[in-house]
Ligand binder design. Sequence first.
Ligand SMILES: Nc1ncnc2c1ncn2[C@@H]1O[C@H](COP(=O)(O)OP(=O)(O)OP(=O)(O)O)[C@@H](O)[C@H]1O
Length: 874
Amino acid sequence: MERICVAVRVRPPETQEPVKGNYWRVEDNGISLHNALGTPISGYSYTFGKYYYALSCICFLLHRLTYILKKCCRIQCLADHVFGYDSKNGNIYEIHTKELIEAAVHGFNGTVFAYGQTSSGKTYTMQGSSEDPGIIRLAVYNVFQSIQSISDREFLIRVSYMEIYNEEINDLLAPENRKLQVHENLERGIFVAGLREEIVNSPEQVFELVELGEANRHVGETNMNVRSSRSHTIFRMVIESRDKNAEINGNSYDKDAVRVSVLNLVDLAGSERVAKTGAGGVRLKEGTHINKSLMSLGTVINKLSEGGGKQRGHVPYRDSKLTRILQPALGGNAKTAIICTVAPEEIHTDETRGTLQFASRAKRVTNCAKVNEVMTDAALLKRQKREIEELRKKLQGSHSGVLEQEILKLRNDMLKFELEREKLAMELEEERKAQLERDRRIMEQQQKIENLSTLVINSDQDRNSYKLNSGENNYPRRLSLEISDQERRSTGNGCRESSLGCRVTLRKEKFQTPAFESFFDGSAEKPRSCSRLADGSPLPSDFGNIADEDMWMTMNKGHVTAELDFLQSTPNRNHSPVASYVSSVHDIVEGYQGEIESLKQQLEKALQEKQEVEKSLENQLLLNDELKMAVSDLQEISKELGIAIPDCKDDQRGMSSYLQERSPQEKSVNGACVSYTDEGKENHFSKLKAKFCKFVNMFDHYKKENSELHQQCQMLNKQLNHAVASLVLNTGNGTEIEGRSLQNEEQVAGKVFTGLEDQTAHRDADKERNKFQSEESMNLWERLKMSAEHVSLLDNKLALLTIEKDAISKALDNELNRQEQKQLDRRFCELLVDELKQVSAEMAGRDTMLALICRGIREFEDTMEEKRSVKLVS
Ligand SMILES: Nc1ncnc2c1ncn2[C@@H]1O[C@H](COP(=O)(O)OP(=O)(O)OP(=O)(O)O)[C@@H](O)[C@H]1O
């Protein structure tokens, strides 16, 4: 564990004029604010490791003398420092950062960053000038020098340069690589995907790249700095090294051990105040992002400094790209040095104080740096080294230009692929999110549908209970307009918002045919077996294609069973002016229903009678059968006796003529059996004859009865026809619902007729009636629709008027309250006036009393005076 090294650098004043007000003075290893007289101002004094400063100076002097002393002092040397106006970048580098850079060559991660307000000299410190090279240049030189001094290891250095501009990471070496993403994995730790990395062999190569990056960096002019950095830049060197002699020594462990360290040299953009920078538009936006990310950095430092390096809790590295990229440098596996730059001018006192406080906190942060050794057989170092060698050989050849281009192209391709991969990963993630969202929506929809189904079922149950209670037929008595915002929004299965604005619920379990509301817009899907349905009508317009009764039943089944849920007026509408209109419509409907019900009763009665007649007819037929059997018995006996008896099917006349045409002996049926010699036979014959006569009489009687019954039956059928016809005509003026239900009745009636009358003629009549009925129904629906629209319009108006009325009554109430208040005030005033009058009267009384007392006193005094003068005289 080691602490972050923090140095403070005060840049020279902007003007050479002598300071008139307060000024910052650097003394020993501290910085304090002094007034114009040179006296330090209390509370503005910061001292940074005096003891360490002395030690570091000694260390600097003895730096090259003894390695052990250097080693011992290393930690101490990286202690805090304060650098004054006249300090050079070289001094700072030597004292503050050199150890860190050299440690990076030996496999430690290292980060150096400059922090401070705008125009305090961060860029100057990091980049420097031609006379005073900055930390980056000095570090690059130092790295290459160190590499050269280490003869037993081979190195590979890769360089990248990026900026964080408005919270977007851009590649400064490849400006086309924008909006790069930060990733983390076990192998590479935290890294920026798609960042161009250049393999370098010399400081000059690096400087070229730095220049290229600087040219691409975002800078802009503000009131405080002509060339103000508008982005944070991170110059990164990845140093890989491997033991050269490992293969010769046969040490496979050393051969595969590759040290990989990352050195970040960071030039932060400066915190700024809009009032001072005069930033607006783009500059303001940049400034906002800069301040935000610096605030995140401050928060991270605060968090890290709080726990004393042990219990840190959650550190919000992910709050900004800057802290995320610098995560290893802030409390992680890295050596870190911070250079806090401050401006000496009095006007920047607050900012300077802020920077110094940041420095104090950063000083308390501890890191845990260790040598990063990677064990891999396919080390990148080896591979890339070989590649470099190959490329170098090729470059030396005649086609160097072409090859160079090829390399560039390959590199670009590689980057493109990497970017593509990133993009695809992002798209995949987005798609996943979208899918989740879709699933959620579907779930919601399903829930809604379930809710609506429950509603429909409830409604169905309500209606059933209504039916049970009323003991009525299957027709709903009232139309109710149920408007509920929630339900109106719902457009699930079987439940749609109608053009009337009222919600119409279909009974899904029964409806197989076009939805009811489609009658309004004619969008209903036509049933398969009924292709020639009239537009918008639920009933077939042409019955020519209907082959039989079953098909007709099948076709109409959906319509006949289709019902609307109850529609109820909302309570507030009962009192609306249009409610009477609705109720009148309801009355008309109810009138029709009454008629229909009475007709139905008639029909039922007729059907009952008809059933009775049928029953007696059946009995008659049974008797007929018995009679037939008896006749056949008789025929057999007659045959036996040699008498020819006419067939039982013959009518009465046939039987009579037979009896008349009989032989003389046979004619005297009443006992003249003279022609028979055999007395026994005669008796038997007479018995049979009597029996036969009895049967004949019975037959006559039944036949008569039968014809009567037939007549009665025909009469009843006529009555039935008549009842049904009037029922159908009346239904034509009824509602759709009644119309449909009557179709059902008609079908029942049609069934009854089937056995009695000619079906074709009846169907023609049915067709006509149904056509008429459907037209009438549609007309009525149109009227109902219009009236419902009218009702809804009036309701809206009423609602508006109600709101207006409420507002007026509210205003009226307010006015009344005000009036009351005024009256109360007036009353209060009057009371006050009365009281005042009383008080003044009292005062007047007292004045009078006082006057009287005064007069009394005066009189008393006069008397006394007189007495005194009398006394004196006497
Ligand atoms: N130590 C120094 N010696 C001489 N000049 C300096 C020094 N430090 C800063 N300057 C000058 O001050 C000015 C502002 O410095 P610089 O641009 O480095 O500030 P900065 O902190 O990077 O500002 P910003 O955050 O706006 O980018 C520059 O003109 C620079 O040359």
